[in-house]
Design a protein around this ligand. Structure first.
Ligand code: UDP
Ligand code: MG
Length: 140
């Protein structure tokens, strides 16, 4: 597998509980490098556009409210097979189903407040990175 880049968000439930460093350590321990990072407060417009694929889902309104409720940390992670590796380190969407040692198993509060976002495919990774970062903000 080649070196890839993927997009990550440390979500409001985690920034609020001061877990940013512990979550970043999980990425780094898995061999992922943080090649871009910024702490932002997402606007409602950004959150609605970012999660546009889920617009028709019943949880959409709650998800948007949650994502703008506290700061988030948006990041680009780089490494061998980074997209799948990040999903592995994150664990299943619902923390009740997440494997031991994963971020969501250790830190997530619920299926909604589940501490991290990660891209699910090369196309979405490229799109999500572009949504939040300019080329010059990514330093490999
Ligand atoms: N989500 C939720 N309820 C659900 C499913 C998802 O609140 O029943 C939220 C949750 O925060 C999740 C996000 O919507 O991380 C995006 O859902 P997706 O299915 O893409 O999960 P992910 O890719 O984050 O594992
Ligand atoms: Mg997803």
């Amino acid at each position: 597998m080649a070196i890839q880049r993927t997009f990550s968000i440390i979500k409001p439930d985690a920034t609020k509980r001061n877990l940013t460093g512990k979550i970043i350590a999980k990425f780094e321990d898995a061999g992922l490098r943080i090649v871009a990072s910024k702490r932002i407060r997402m606007t409602r417009e950004q959150a609605e556009a970012f999660y546009g694929v889920h617009k028709e889902r019943p949880f959409f309104g709650e998800l948007v409210d949650f994502m703008i409720s506290e700061p988030v940390v948006v990041q680009v992670l780089e490494g061998e097979d980074a997209i799948a590796k990040n999903r592995e380190v994150m664990g299943a969407t619902n923390p009740a189903d997440a494997a031991p040692g994963t971020i969501r198993k250790e830190f997530a509060l619920s299926v909604g407040e589940n501490s991290v976002h990660g891209s699910d495919a090369p196309e979405t990774a490229a799109e999500e990175i572009r949504f939040f970062f300019k080329d010059e903000e990514i330093v490999g």
